[in-house]
Write a protein that binds this ligand. Structure first.
Ligand code: HBI
Ligand code: FE
Length: 277
């Protein structure tokens, strides 16, 4: 079904029939089986155990406010909480949606959350994002005001990036700073990125592994940095506070154009000017 929607690969796992124009659908809480909720609880228990030592404070505080412990959460309940905190809401989607639709939702402070959950045999790894990655990974930080403002501004930049042929550098910013971002908190390096905090292996690797580079966030560097989608990251970028992300937005159109015309930096490579986090 996904192949019928322009801009999407065929063979995606979700059910793309009967979508609204904005590519959302009803969450359908009644459609989850008890086993689906049990899968969520297994994933939740594993990740929750890692958070005290590895997750950013804002992520942990956000998670504490959300109804995530009992099973797959009701998006309407989450939306009421989020709306009060930062004005964001959740919308259910069948899975990956085209860039323009995705950016449009973010620009309107709507976070698209995939409806389906992975199978029991896939606790450690899935290719496409599911409800656990999207909700557990992304939603806690949407309670953080500076991050919430950044993500809206990021979405609003989608049109500009498409117009100037710079969607690739814009996607690198999402990958490195939304999916795989680190933050320095006092003497510690903590993770806030959804791709890190929804994975047991990546949580340890990103925050305390010997292998990866951990670099200070520099938008020019990030916008040029290619990434791996099939393994843990060889390079992570870290901030000192969430306001740093929003602060780069005014300069972003110029930086995107510059990155579009510059040579990409391969995954894991060093670059001149790199500063350790
Ligand atoms: N769709 N549901 C969903 N979730 C995403 O994270 C997502 C998407 N479509 C496009 C997209 N991400 C990206 O191109 C981001 O890299 C910006
Ligand atoms: Fe994600």
């Amino acid at each position: 079904m996904a192949g019928l929607i322009e801009g999407l690969p065929s063979g995606l796992r979700g059910d793309y029939a009967g979508l609204g124009a904005d590519l959302t659908l009803a969450q359908d809480m009644a459609g989850y089986a008890p086993a689906d909720h049990a899968t969520w609880r297994s994933l939740y228990a594993r990740q929750a155990a890692l958070l005290p030592c590895h997750a950013a404070a804002a992520f942990r505080e956000g998670l504490d406010r959300l109804p995530f412990a009992a099973g797959i959460p009701d998006f309407a309940r989450c939306s009421a909480l989020l709306r009060a905190a930062t004005g964001w809401v959740l919308v259910a989607v069948p899975g990956l949606i085209p860039d323009a639709a995705f950016f449009g939702h973010l620009a309107a402070r709507r976070f698209p959350v995939t409806r389906w959950i992975r199978r029991r045999e896939e606790l450690d790894y899935i290719v496409e994002p599911d409800v656990f990655h999207d909700a557990f990974g992304h939603v806690p930080l949407l309670t953080q005001p500076d991050f919430a403002d950044f993500l809206q501004a990021y979405g609003a930049m989608g049109e500009t990036a498409a117009r100037i042929g710079a969607l690739k550098p814009l996607a690198r910013l999402y990958w490195h700073m939304v999916e795989f971002g680190l933050i320095r908190e006092g003497g510690a390096i903590r993770a806030y990125g959804a791709g890190i905090l929804s994975s047991v292996a990546e949580t340890r690797h990103a925050t305390e592994g010997d292998a990866p580079r951990r670099l200070r966030f520099d938008p020019r560097r990030v916008l040029r940095s290619d990434y791996r989608i099939d393994s843990v990251q060889p390079t992570y970028f870290g901030i000192g506070g969430y306001a740093e992300l929003f602060a780069t937005m005014p300069a972003l159109p110029a930086l995107l154009a510059e990155a579009r015309d510059a040579a990409p930096i391969p995954p894991g490579a060093a670059a001149p000017g790199d500063q350790p986090l």
